[in-house]
Design a protein around this ligand. Structure first.
Ligand code: ADP
Ligand code: ASP
Ligand code: MG
Length: 438
């Protein structure tokens, strides 16, 4: 039995709904379907979820609902008309208006995108609709209660042969709507697959699998056939946004593989995400991903290494300011902290003063506008000279490396470069390991 999840662009229009139906009906194991809100139909198009956030903002600022709501209604009406469905969402829209006027939350507004789309998909496939509120349980602190969710999924879906379920949201114990962060329908799919003990979680999107690099940076990157959960987690954490980073844990625990598939090219194999595999990766590296907008705090003090508790004292200052640290490469007399720039900016002076008082360093330097790039791969452990090749690829393209950090797991190498060198650095690494190897 398979749990299938279709992303925003896969159910953005009547035409896409037809592809979904074809896919679902071509395999009787595809019994449970999770859908996102309608996404983009073309590059400049608007996502319904974005429109819903704008709608909420308009309401809060006293601008009313007429700027966004008609656009949203039109998106669904086009799907209904394009598929000649007999269902009407008028009653649902009336309720949404009423509840928003009565002060419903932003999460409620945002969740309606998947709610309405799942209703349409259920009607079109002839499957029962099941509201995510009955399955996805959030705790009062806003975090998802995985165990309770899996229990409910097991119980509620036991007697349902088939179902269409909206992604992205659930309810807390008070019955308030809570959403995951953006892209969270992937998490819904993963939780339901785990609760069902599904054999496979198929995640249908608009690319033929997880690609070695972001297709918006590298032209036509190669597809990764097999990737381990661990490699994937490193890549999604570092910005490869194909799959929400929290979508890994629930299925990993149950040993359920995830297959990334392309709704527009269902014949393509896609990417299998597995716990372990003997399959050799096609290249030494499995993937490259990265994020911009970090800054570094470089701390120097003679004899730092022999000063007991130095690192702890510095880290407690950071912790007291509620900042998370990404990387801490260090030398004998130096230590560097890589931090999200946004997190530091608001209490920069407090942090600097705290470090000054805690460890009395000889020098503190700040550097802004840095990017971090992760080169990830299970094959790196057994290959010699990977870090060396990364460095020479970057040197060859005149890119200055700010930091290089190889984790002890030898699963990844993290490289720091300037924001403006980010794209060029990814292309240089891709060319070195993939283009010149294929
Ligand atoms: P969905 O709406 O189906 O959930 P997403 O937009 O969340 O789809 O994810 C798919 C997109 O992720 C692709 O269209 C692509 O632009 C982007 N992407 C970024 N990095 C990668 C990568 N390494 N491999 C594949 N796609 C990537
Ligand atoms: N519709 C939501 C978003 O745009 C959730 C999702 O698509 O996974 O973020
Ligand atoms: Mg997504």
């Amino acid at each position: 039995m398979k749990l299938v999840k279709f992303g925003g662009s896969s159910c953005a229009s009547a035409e896409q709904f037809k592809k979904v139906r074809e896919i679902v009906f071509s395999d009787p194991a595809r019994r449970y379907v999770v859908v996102s809100a309608p996404g983009k139909r073309f590059p400049k198009d608007e996502k319904v979820t974005d429109l819903l956030y704008l709608l909420y903002e308009d309401l809060r600022e006293g601008r009313g609902m007429e700027r966004q709501l008609p656009k949203i209604e039109r998106r669904y009406r086009e799907i209904i008309d394009g598929l000649s469905l007999s269902l009407s969402l008028e009653e649902d829209f009336r309720e949404i208006r009423e509840r928003l006027l009565a002060g419903e939350s932003c999460a409620y507004a945002a969740s309606r995108g998947e709610y309405l789309n799942a209703k349409l998909m259920a009607e079109y496939l002839g499957f029962p609709f099941l509201d995510a509120g009955e399955l996805i349980a959030f705790r009062p602190d806003g975090e998802c209660d995985f165990r309770e969710t899996e229990r409910r999924v097991g119980e509620r879906l036991r007697d349902m042969e088939k179902a269409v379920i909206p992604g992205f949201y659930g309810l807390d114990p008070e019955g308030r709507t809570v959403t995951f962060s953006r892209g969270g329908s992937d998490v819904t799919g993963s939780l339901i697959a785990a609760g069902l003990h599904a054999d496979l979680y198929e995640n249908w999107t608009d690319v033929s699998g997880f690609l070695v690099a972001d297709p918006r940076i590298v032209r036509k990157p190669e597809v990764i056939d097999y990737i381990t959960y661990r490699e994937l987690r490193e890549l999604s954490y570092m910005g490869a946004s194909v799959l929400h980073e929290d979508a890994i844990f629930p299925v990993r625990k149950e040993g359920i593989p995830i297959q990334i598939k392309n709704t527009n090219r269902p014949e393509d194999h896609g990417t299998m995400i597995v716990a372990n595999t003997l399959k050799k990766p096609r290249f030494i590296i499995t993937g490259i991903a990265g994020k911009k907008n970090f800054c570094s705090i470089n701390i120097e003090k003679a004899m730092m290494n022999s000063e007991i508790g130095f690192i702890r004292k510095v880290l407690s200052v950071i912790e007291e300011n509620g900042i998370s640290v990404e990387h801490t490469p260090s030398g004998i007399d130096t230590m560097t902290l890589f931090i999200h720039q946004e997190e530091l900016i608001s209490n920069e002076q407090k942090v600097l003063q705290g470090i000054q008082r805690a460890v009395n360093p000889d020098l503190i330097e700040l550097e802004a506008d840095l990017a971090l790039i992760a080169v990830v791969g299970r094959g790196m452990k057994s290959a010699r000279g990977v870090a060396g090749r990364v460095m020479s690829a970057l040197a060859h393209d005149y890119i200055n490396i700010k930091m290089i950090d190889q984790g002890s797991s030898e699963y990844n190498i993290i490289i720091g470069v300037r924001n403006e060198d980010f794209e060029a650095a990814i292309r240089a690494i891709y060319n070195m390991f993939v283009l010149s190897a294929s």
